[in-house]
Ligand binder design. Sequence first.
Ligand SMILES: [Zn+2]
Length: 331
Amino acid sequence: MVSVSFEGFTGNTHVRQTLAAALRDGRLPHAILLEGDEGTGRKTLALLLAQALVCTAAQKPCGVCTPCKKAAAGIHPDITVVEAQGKAGMITVDAVRAVREWFYVRPNEAGYKVCILPDAGRMNTHAQNALLKILEEPPSYGVFVLTVLSASELLETVLSRVSPFTLLPPSRADCAAVLQKRLPKADPARIAYAAGVFDGNIGKALRLVQDEDFGRQIAYSLDFCRAMVSPNEYDLLVLTGKIEKDRELMKLFLPIAVNILRDVISHKTGAGVYITAQEAQLAEIAEHLRVDQALEAIDIFGRAQAALQSNANGPLLATWLCASLKRAVCS
Ligand SMILES: [Zn+2]
């Protein structure tokens, strides 16, 4: 008897089980949409799904049969991944048309043909309309897996043709366990910190743990929060200058800063469980910050993160951040 399981994928039990059951019973939708934040494993799950579709073992995906190995190596002829390309990072209408030609030729080796479109929101209207034509008349053996940050990135007409699933980060503890398994030599304290700061988001936490500048990001974030509450405006201007030029630093720093402020609020309210800093460091910031100001600053950092994700201009965003925070903290 055939069985399908995505146990290797952490968290999201309901999504995992629903997809596995559909695949096992031969009723997998022709087009699947995986919606979730960056780092929630959308592409990992898409690839596992593709692997299970071509796997020849009874327990899919087995990971050891030839089709599974080809799929994992990215060389299976019946699986294609259409990445965004070029300076603008778009999936062009030509790329979608090429997929269309590929798709309508019967599978070479497997019973299915699988096309993965990571960041499907990077298709413009033309490209989405070209895709729609395929989604309206998919070949019986064809499966599309699209991933997006938010379903709102796709046209209504495309959305009406896909079965959506939302991926959420697992618990912090599960995230830490996955990271420790993947990086056995990494410092557990560093892993716990990253899993905490990114609320269990495996992809983001992994990036922070692997970052050579790990200590620098944390020190920078603490310095920034200190400068934010300091009457001396010069320090904050100097620190803002750094993220203006360094988008990667800004990406890591924003969520750390949010968590520092959450810890500051915990300190002020006596909750007492901190993930980002020593109590003395938090007390120093807490002294100059009311809870309502901290909450407003968290909201501002959150808006900056959203803007960064939708490709906002770095220097402008850094300037806006600095000015908004000063206003919030001095009010
Ligand atoms: Zn296999």
